[in-house]
Write a protein that binds this ligand. Sequence first.
Ligand SMILES: [Zn+2]
Length: 129
Amino acid sequence: MRKLLIGMSLLFAVSINVNAKSINMGEFKLTAYCPCEECSEGYGRQTHSGKSARSNHTIAVDPDVINIGSKVKIGKTIYTAEDVGGKICGDHIDIFFDTHEEVEDFGTKHKNVKVIRKDKKKKKHKKKK
Ligand SMILES: [Zn+2]
């Protein structure tokens, strides 16, 4: 039991180190979507996370690659991973826009993506024995 506890606290320390900085995810395929029927299949602005999708804010990700709730930097904009999509798999991000015109203008791009860990506050868990 004691060994297990030591192992767990080591894991916790490592995860704090990773949380303190942004993680370069490499180049992703970027596509766009909007609330229209064609893009959202009737979901409109409703996202997987329950939040209403907003332009310059909401992106859809593969939750196996980027956690829902993560801040994601693409170019100069910091987006929030709030949505998922059936076609969004692996190194692919779908960026939310208000209109389908913007979606068509965007097309498909390839850009470098960074994930910024949102919890910069140090968690102080003092466990009593
Ligand atoms: Zn659309």
